[in-house]
Design a protein around this ligand. Structure first.
Ligand code: ZN
Ligand code: ZN
Length: 399
C-alpha cells in the first residue's frame, strides 16, 4: 500500500450553509465531482474554531494551517499588509483601509462604488500627507488599501474609524489604552489630510461627472503589529504554497511562510487556480487552494447564485480526481448561511481523500451526510495533525 506524500487543501470559502426550504445549497447543487471525492474519502464535520464561535476567514485559515488564532492572531491589518507584500518590522502598526464615499459627514458608501483603479488616489495620499512618523500607504484589491505606521512609541490599541455600515458618520478613532494616544492622534491627522487631498483629486471629479461615487475619504480598521509565527516549514518540515484570490488569505499564507503562487489566469478563474494548485504540488509538499465566490453569493443573500457557483466549482475540481499519491482535503473555512448573509458557527463539511484513508459510507458532499462520516466532528486545529499522521510524519507520543 502506498502512503501519501503530499497534501492539497482545498478551501471552498463559505460554501457551508443551513437548509433553505429543506436543503442546503450543497445538497441542491449538482456536484458529481465533489460527491465522488466524498465517496472516495473519509468525511466529517469541523468547527473551524470551536462550537458556537463564528469565525472570520482569517482566524479560520490560521486554524486550518494548525496555528491557534488565540496565540498568533494580531489583527487583520498585518495580514492584509502581508497579502500585498509589505514586510513589517518590529514595532510597525498595520491597518486595513477602505476608500469610501462621505457626504455631509455621513458615510454613504463604504466601498466608494466598489472603485477598482485607486492607483492615482493612493499615490496622492502617499506623496501629499505629512505625518510625525514614517508611513506607507499602498493599494490592495478593489477599494481596499493598507496603511503602515513606522516609528517610536506607536501602539495597536486604537479603535476603528470604519462604522461597518452606511448612513452614519465615521467613528472617532480612540486610544484604547493611554499609551496609544499618539497613534490615535496620528491616524486622525492622516484621515483629515487624506480627505482633503482626495476631495479635490481629478479622479474623483471625473467619477462624480460620470455618476460614480467619489472615493473622498479613508476608513481605517484592524490595527495590528507583526505576528510572531513559526513558519510552516519550521513547524511541519513541509514546503508549502498558497493560491488564493483575496489579499487577506494570501497574507495569512505569506505570514506562515507559504509561497504565494499567482495563477496563470484571472484571479477569479477557478479552472486556472485549480490547474496552478495541481501544478504547485510538483515542487511543494503542501498546497492550500482557496476558492472564493460561494461566500460572496451568501453575503449577497442569493441561494441561486450560490448553487450556480457550487456547480462551477465542481466542474473546475474534476482534475483533482486524477491526483495520485497525495491527500486531497475539501472543506470550508466557515459556514456563510444565505439566510443570515454572514458567517455562522455551524460546522463545515470536511473530506479527506487519498492513500491510506479509512473510506466511509458517505456518498455525497454536503453538511448533512458529512456528519455521518468516519471523521465525526473535529476542530480545524486538529486537521494538520491528522494529515501529518496520514503522510506518516508525526512523532510517536510515548514508547
Ligand atoms: Zn471565508
Ligand atoms: Zn465572508
Amino acid at each position: 500500500m502506498s502512503i501519501a506524500r503530499k497534501i492539497l487543501l482545498v478551501i471552498l470559502d463559505g460554501v457551508s450553509d443551513r437548509p433553505i426550504e429543506g436543503k442546503t445549497p450543497l445538497q441542491s447543487a449538482n456536484a458529481p465531482n465533489l460527491d465522488r471525492i466524498a465517496n472516495l474519502g473519509i468525511n466529517g464535520i469541523m468547527d473551524t474554531i470551536a462550537p458556537g464561535i463564528r469565525p472570520g476567514s482569517d482566524v479560520a485559515h490560521l486554524a486550518l494551517l494548525g496555528y491557534s488564532p488565540y496565540e498568533v492572531y494580531t489583527g487583520r491589518g498585518p495580514l492584509e499588509a502581508a497579502g500585498i507584500g509589505i514586510r513589517l518590522n518590529e514595532g510597525d502598526i498595520a491597518f486595513r483601509c477602505n476608500f469610501a464615499t462621505m457626504k455631509d459627514d455621513i458615510i454613504v458608501d463604504r466601498r466608494a462604488g466598489r472603485i477598482r483603479d485607486t492607483m492615482e488616489l493612493t499615490r496622492a495620499v502617499q506623496d501629499g500627507v505629512q505625518l510625525d512618523v514614517e508611513f506607507t500607504f499602498e493599494r490592495s484589491t478593489g477599494h481596499r488599501a493598507v496603511l503602515v505606521l513606522r516609528g517610536r512609541g506607536l501602539s495597536s490599541h486604537v479603535s476603528d474609524s470604519d462604522p461597518k455600515h452606511e448612513g452614519t458618520p465615521s467613528r472617532i478613532i480612540e486610544a484604547l489604552k493611554p499609551e496609544a494616544q499618539k497613534t490615535a492622534d496620528i491616524l486622525k491627522e492622516f484621515v483629515i489630510q487624506a480627505g482633503k487631498l482626495l476631495e479635490k483629486h481629478p479622479v474623483n471629479a471625473e467619477r462624480i461627472k460620470t455618476g460614480k461615487a467619489p472615493a473622498n475619504t479613508i476608513l481605517i480598521r484592524g490595527a495590528g503589529m507583526k505576528p510572531n509565527i513559526k513558519t510552516f516549514s519550521e513547524r511541519y518540515g513541509l514546503k508549502g504554497a498558497i493560491i488564493a484570490e483575496t489579499g487577506l488569505v494570501i497574507g495569512i499564507g505569506r505570514i506562515c511562510g507559504l509561497n504565494h503562487i499567482e495563477a496563470d489566469g484571472a484571479d477569479s478563474d477557478i479552472d486556472a487556480n485549480v490547474r496552478s494548485a495541481i501544478d504547485a504540488l510538483k515542487d511543494h509538499e503542501f498546497v492550500l487552494l482557496n476558492i472564493k465566490g460561494a461566500d460572496d453569493a451568501s453575503h449577497d443573500g442569493s441561494a441561486e447564485k450560490k448553487i450556480k457557483f457550487i456547480t462551477k466549482i465542481d466542474k473546475a475540481l474534476k482534475p483533482i480526481l486524477d491526483i495520485k499519491n497525495a491527500l486531497v482535503v475539501v472543506t470550508a473555512d466557515h459556514s456563510t448561511p444565505v439566510s443570515i448573509k454572514d458567517h455562522s458557527a455551524d460546522p463545515v463539511p470536511v473530506t479527506i481523500m487519498g492513500p491510506g484513508v479509512r473510506v466511509d459510507a458517505v456518498r455525497v458532499y454536503d453538511e448533512i451526510n458529512a456528519a455521518t462520516g468516519g471523521l465525526n466532528r473535529i476542530r480545524a486545529i486538529d486537521l494538520m495533525p491528522i494529515l501529518m499522521d496520514l503522510v506518516n510524519r508525526t512523532k510517536k507520543f510515548g514508547a
